[in-house]
Design a protein around this ligand. Structure first.
Ligand code: 5FX
Length: 539
């Protein structure tokens, strides 16, 4: 730290934590939105005693995936120890917020709250919390062992679309409610002996404030238990999940809410100021939305990675049983965010590039240029991995000519253009179906540096595309939210997120849409949807 500069400026500091699958990270921010420092604890290498691989334990059934809850306690201690050694100004941090991998849950035994309130500065968190949990392992988002519970929830509530309309998503295996139902069914005695169930996000907040922290609405939406519109627990979903659940979950608060002050344990051990506010923690996807400053309805990010993800803010959600998730918006208490995920992302694009351009992106871009916008109506569906948006289990490439007749192959330039057009037409179609109507797009991830990819994205979606990778967006988003929550607390009212983000660095504009090209894609969309239906149905 540049301590001279610090003393001269007398600025407050903000801390963002990110308890993700593989690590616990921290970002230190000043009041002028400068990122000062970052730190990481890697679970596998920094805490080898917990014997995790990639931060998790996998069950013998190949479906169950958990993480040892005490490891997260040890990680918080270690991270703050590293921060102190690195001379972070912990005493001048005025607010902390955080991010947690979504859907994971922490199970407190009876007496858990008492233990939290009496955190003992002479003991490590790991030792103090050693007997705090009714289940030592936390189920996490990679778990897919609850199909039976998902079907039962859908049956109880009137089908997948009814669950989506109520909670924002159809029943998903990793969603917390279905994980809770499984534990209740397998071990009702231990379920009854559970005093409280936290999410990963609210768990870390609970440690910091020494009490059960409420769940925030954005992360609460990833449980299949919350009414997505009222942001209260949905009684029918709770009833269908497990008895006495409302009492174990506590309340739901808006994501900008100050939920408490830091506990004495952190003041005594690490020199925090006792006035430091804890702002509600939230899920990693909502925090990334804040980190990328997708603050207005229509601000959308497209992350092009191993899998592609489209997510953004929206005012009018349309929950769908087939496509993605609707969560509450973490920076706009009346708003929503949507997230859709594609299994066929970079690996599929790379496969086509290798096949038609010998592995060269520049040769691939030349091919894309050679084919006309809209490919004369030729459309392909490139399903290398079973797809989730929309669900297409059968893998393979389906190609159609302008009249909708199946073809065995395309010329190389048609093939190159087809894979990009198909992926972005799908994002336009399915994003639109859940209410994502982009006004601007922030392209992130490896493939966002490729000009042909950005060009097609921009023309298909018809709005300007910005680029600029924001590393550790969840941890940064948590620090931004700490700042935002602190402003709301100080002014005793909700302050628009955009107002406190006004000085943040601008993203780089990479492309403006070509109106004529966009009109061509608008003309194709209906045919694309009809052909996609045929592919789904295997016709
Ligand atoms: C979202 O629904 C997911 O399951 C993942 O993105 C997890 O949040 C990763 F932590």
């Amino acid at each position: 730290m540049k301590s001279k500069q610090r003393t001269a400026k007398k600025e407050p500091f903000f801390l963002g934590l990110d308890s993700s699958t593989q690590s616990l990270k921290a970002t230190l921010l000043d009041g002028s939105l400068n990122i000062l420092q970052k730190l990481t604890v890697n679970f596998d290498t920094d805490l080898p005693g917990f014997k995790t691989q990639g931060g998790v334990h996998r069950g013998a059934d190949g479906l169950t995936v958990t993480a040892p809850t005490l490891m997260w306690c040890a990680a918080l201690d270690l991270l703050l120890e590293k921060a102190r050694k690195a001379d972070w100004p912990l005493g001048e941090v005025v607010a902390i917020s955080g991010s947690g991998q979504q859907h994971g849950s922490v199970w407190f035994a009876r007496g858990g709250e008492r233990l939290l309130r009496k955190l003992d500065p002479r003991q490590s968190l790991e030792r103090h919390m050693a007997h705090a949990f009714s289940f030592a392992d936390s189920p996490i988002w990679m778990d897919s062992s609850t199909t039976a519970q998902c079907r039962a929830l859908e049956k109880a509530l009137g089908g997948p679309q009814a669950v989506a309309a109520l909670t924002g998503s159809r029943a998903y295996e990793r969603f917390t409610g279905n994980q809770i139902a499984k534990r209740f069914q397998q071990d009702p005695k231990r379920y009854r002996a559970t005093e409280h169930i936290s999410l990963v996000s609210s768990f870390v907040a609970s440690l910091l404030m020494g009490d059960y922290a409420p769940i925030d609405a954005a992360d609460g939406a990833g449980m299949n238990l919350m009414n997505i519109r009222s942001r209260k627990w949905a009684g029918s979903a709770l009833k269908a999940t497990a008895p006495g659940l409302a009492g174990k979950l506590g309340s739901i608060v808006p994501s900008h809410a100050a939920v408490g002050r830091i506990h004495q344990w952190f003041v005594r051990r690490y020199g925090f100021n006792k006035a430091c506010a804890v702002i509600a923690f939230s899920g990693d996807n909502p925090n990334s939305l804040a980190g990328l400053r997708l603050q207005k309805a229509g601000d959308v990010a497209i992350s092009l990675g191993t899998s592609d993800t489209v997510f953004g803010s929206l005012a009018q959600p349309r929950p769908s049983a087939e496509e993605g998730h609707i969560f509450a918006n973490p920076v706009e208490p009346r708003g929503y965010m949507a997230l859709i995920c594609y299994k066929n992302g970079s690996l599929t694009r790379d496969h086509v590039r290798d096949a038609v351009a010998g592995g060269s992106w520049s040769r691939f871009a030349e091919l894309v240029e050679k084919a006309p916008v809209g490919n004369n109506g030729c459309i392909g569906f490139f399903i290398r991995e079973p797809e989730i948006t929309p669900p297409i289990l059968r893998t393979g490439i389906s190609r159609f000519d302008g009249e909708g007749r199946p073809l065995d192959r395309f010329r190389p330039e048609v093939e190159a253009r087809a894979v990009l057009e198909s992926q972005f037409l799908s994002m336009r179609l399915h994003g639109g179906n859940v209410g994502i109507h982009p006004v601007s797009i922030l392209a992130t991830g490896g493939a966002s540096v490729d000009a042909s990819v950005v060009r097609v994205m921009c023309d298909v979606l018809g709005v300007p595309v910005y680029t600029g990778d924001q590393a550790d967006s969840a941890s940064l988003g948590a620090a931004y939210r700490a700042l935002h929550g602190w402003h709301c607390l100080k002014r005793k009212k909700f302050v628009p997120f955009a107002e406190v983000m006004a000085g943040a660095p601008a993203f780089h504009k990479a492309a403006e849409p070509d109106k004529a090209a966009h009109a061509v894609y608008t003309g194709i969309l209906k045919q694309f949807a009809a052909l996609e239906k045929r592919v789904i149905e295997g016709k």
